[in-house]
Design a protein around this ligand. Structure first.
Ligand code: HEM
Length: 287
């Protein structure tokens, strides 16, 4: 039987199966698998035979990668456009020089005391007293540290425990900042009477009403030791700092203060009463 060239490849029993066609080529390729052709990434018709698969796969991967990069590039471009639009919007409302963060922080800091005053009633919310000792400690190391100040009695009286001012007291001519202990030395505190002045005499006599003076004439050597005890108490206290001296020359014509009398029970506050009865000797207080 003579077969036409077409009938050589004809194999009707496999024709119904889509995709692969098994054909019998008499003699040379009895069971060859013939594959469909597919379009490769660049639109060429190529066979989908297994040998082509890695190549096709690589092509696909390359195209996917290119698509991803293009998408990323597109979103970057879109973001840049958005940013530019935002910048133009700002420029339209603030002019060519939009405000940076720095001036805003400065404005906030300048405004802060008013907020503190509004909410706490104090310009510094009490932070000044807390921080001042640390600044003073730091000042000891700074080359541009503040020199010790010289106070007149009137200048020192300004720092008498009034809120929103530092609290100073003087002893043996040395002025100390005791703001950290406002509870004791501030207005209404049990030792407020010692602030804003040099009340050295009261420190040793315990006479907190009539001996609020720096006049230590007539004190015994023991009492002078007591005064030194208190001076070193303030000098070595971790929260107090020496800030200067008081210029308070004593007029030799003024009489020596008379000895302390018992103070009446109406003396201000229980501690004051206790002081009225205190012996004129150094009281040992921890720092
Ligand atoms: C010569 C007699 C006295 C002097 C000069 C004197 C002076 C002082 C001073 C300067 C302080 C403050 C210390 C600081 O900065 O931390 C203080 C605290 C104190 N004193 Fe006297 N004092 C005397 C006698 C007494 C007596 C007899 C009592 C007993 C009732 C007393 C009770 C206290 C108390 C309780 C504190 C602590 C106050 C507080 O932290 O709230 N003092 N005294």
């Amino acid at each position: 039987m003579s077969d036409s060239p077409e009938s050589v490849y004809k194999n009707t029993e496999w024709d119904d199966i889509p995709g692969a066609h098994r054909r019998t080529r008499p003699g040379t390729a009895p069971r060859e698998q013939i594959y469909d052709t597919v379009l490769d990434a660049y639109g060429n018709q190529v066979s989908s035979k297994p040998a082509n698969q890695p190549f096709l796969k690589g092509q696909r991967a390359r195209l996917e990668h290119q698509a991803r990069s293009a998408a990323q590039e597109e979103s970057r471009r879109r973001r840049a456009v958005e940013k530019e639009k935002e910048r133009q919007r700002k420029r339209a409302s603030f002019g060519d020089d939009p405000p940076s963060l720095f001036p805003r922080i400065i404005i906030f800091i300048l405004f802060l005391p008013f907020l503190c005053r509004f909410f706490t009633g104090s310009w510094d919310a009490g932070l000044g007293d807390e921080l001042r000792p640390y600044f003073r400690k730091m000042e000891e190391w700074w080359p541009w540290r503040r020199e010790l100040q010289e106070f007149t009695p009137l200048q020192l009286a300004f720092y008498d425990g009034t809120p929103d001012r530092p609290v100073y007291l003087a002893i043996a001519g040395e002025v100390y900042d005791v703001s950290k202990n406002r509870r004791v030395y501030g207005k209404g505190g049990s030792y407020n009477m010692m602030t804003g002045r040099d009340a050295s005499r009261a420190f040793v006599t315990g006479c907190f009403e009539t001996h609020l003076t720096h006049d230590v004439r007539g004190l015994s050597p023991d009492e002078m030791k007591g005064l030194e005890h208190w001076r070193s108490f303030f000098a070595n206290h971790k929260d107090y700092h020496k800030i200067g001296h008081i210029l308070n020359p004593l007029d030799p014509q003024t009489p020596i203060p008379p000895p302390c009398r018992e103070e009446p029970d109406s003396a201000p506050g229980a501690t004051a009463n206790a002081h009225a009865h205190a012996k004129p000797a150094p009281v040992s207080h921890g720092s």
